[in-house]
Write a protein that binds this ligand. Structure first.
Ligand SMILES: NC(=O)c1ccc[n+]([C@@H]2O[C@H](COP(=O)([O-])OP(=O)(O)OC[C@H]3O[C@@H](n4cnc5c(N)ncnc54)[C@H](OP(=O)(O)O)[C@@H]3O)[C@@H](O)[C@H]2O)c1
Length: 376
């Protein structure tokens, strides 16, 4: 019997949000399943949606130690209504991670993974063990460490998915916001390698310098007074008609559509009250800014705004595209798809209050890696 601890997240109807550990038996394996001893799992913004999004961090308290640690907070105003679908459910946490396959079901595909280091996704990775279907596993290249493979799915596949989307939908450049994120740095490396024009939008000079030091050719600071004029020039230069916005809230997405339209309008031969007929696509793929999305509709009528989520994109793209993307992630794991971590902690250390407040800030360069095999 293999038992181990998992990190659970609970929000109650009475307005208490808590994170705590629960023991689980991981012994039962179906024929196409493997048992992974988890060695590394990153805390990404999408994980925070389950971990800290409902919490009023001012009211955070902690009790117990080791795997008896529990942290609790009052729910933020409105959180009980917003998260109504999860009330009372003890949810597993951790979208992705990596570790060693220590047991396997009897299918050939499962047996082939025995003893291998794999990356995996699909939830439940903040745990000592995780049962995974073979299709959820990406065998890591020979010699790659679990840390190198921990972020091998969510951000790499999303960065590649953005490029695939661009090609599938006939665009020739990408505008990307929160562009100094781990994902943004990957996208920059991919676009440089593939010769794809990328307009990186950041919100500080430090982030601009960081991306430029990595070779980024067009980095715009949204706080710069000339931002809109520079955005319009860049959209014109690269014929940009596609934007991926990680912030979601506020006016940034609207500004991107207006910049694309202003660039198109430069080429109109006569005034048209309905704007240009150049089609502009904005994908909102993150929620870093939780304020309402505001549109200032100066961008004509040839536009669309959609959500973009990796699993839905993979369903649309099909298995062949997905396998091609996975092969590229495996081949370039330690180069194009390298991630950077500010903290490496054990499972219980991940609940230390100062650290929780830090990773909840979602700032550049403070990503935390949980290492469940470390006792800490
Ligand atoms: N839809 C999907 O399928 C999918 C898949 C993967 C990732 N994502 C999204 O991709 C984004 C990046 O993920 P990551 O793991 O690469 O992030 P990360 O490395 O943790 O970096 C987060 C970045 O967001 C910036 N940021 C935070 N709040 C912001 C705000 N209100 N306005 C503008 N920028 C803000 C930070 O800049 P500062 O230092 O200025 O705070 C930082 O550069 C996240 O939004 C995540 O949810 C979506």
């Amino acid at each position: 019997m293999t038992t181990g601890y998992q990190l659970k997240s609970l929000l109650t109807a009475e307005g208490e949000a808590s994170l705590y550990f629960e023991a689980k038996d991981f012994s039962d394996l179906a024929s196409d399943q493997v048992l992974i001893q988890v060695e590394a799992a990153p805390i990404n913004p999408s994980d925070l949606a389950l971990l800290t999004a409902p919490m009023d961090l001012e009211s955070l308290t902690s009790s117990g130690s080791g795997y008896e640690t529990k942290i609790s907070a009052k729910a933020k105003p409105g959180a009980v209504q917003f998260f109504a679908a999860r009330l009372g459910m003890a949810l597993t946490t951790g979208n992705e991670g990596a570790g060693t396959v220590i047991a396997a079901g009897d299918s050939e595909a499962a047996q082939a993974l025995l003893g291998k280091k794999v990356g995996a996704f699909g939830g439940g990775m903040y745990a000592q063990y995780r049962v995974a279907n073979v299709m959820e596993c990406l065998p890591l290249p020979e010699g790659a460490s679990a840390e190198q493979g921990a972020s091998s799915f969510v951000n790499p596949m999303t960065a590649l998915g953005m490029i695939e989307t661009m090609k599938m939908e006939g665009h020739s450049a990408i505008i990307h916001t929160a562009a100094a994120s781990n994902l943004g740095q990957m996208l920059n490396r991919l676009c440089l390698a593939d010769g794809i024009p990328l307009i990186c939008v950041v919100r500080s000079e430090t982030q601009k310098t960081l991306l430029e030091s990595q070779g980024a050719q067009c980095v715009l600071n949204s706080q710069d007074p000339n931002f809109f004029a520079d955005l319009t020039d860049a959209c014109d230069r690269y014929h940009a008609t596609l934007a991926f916005d990680a912030t979601g809230g506020g006016t940034l997405g609207s500004t991107l559509l207006n910049g694309m339209e202003a660039a198109a309008a430069r080429h109109l031969t006569e005034y048209n009250r309905y704007g240009s007929d150049r089609f502009k696509q904005l994908y909102i793929y993150g929620g870093l800014d939780v304020s309402p999305t505001t549109l200032h509709r100066g961008f004509g009528f040839a536009w669309s705004i959609n959500g973009w989520l990796l699993p839905q994109f993979l369903g649309r793209a099909g298995i062949e595209v997905m396998m091609r993307m996975r092969a590229r992630v495996a081949a370039e794991l330690t180069t194009s798809f390298a991630s950077h971590y500010a903290h490496r902690v054990s499972l219980p250390e991940a609940l230390s209050l100062d650290l929780v407040r830090e990773y909840a800030s979602q700032a550049t360069g403070v990503k935390t890696l949980i290492q469940p095999t470390h006792e800490g």
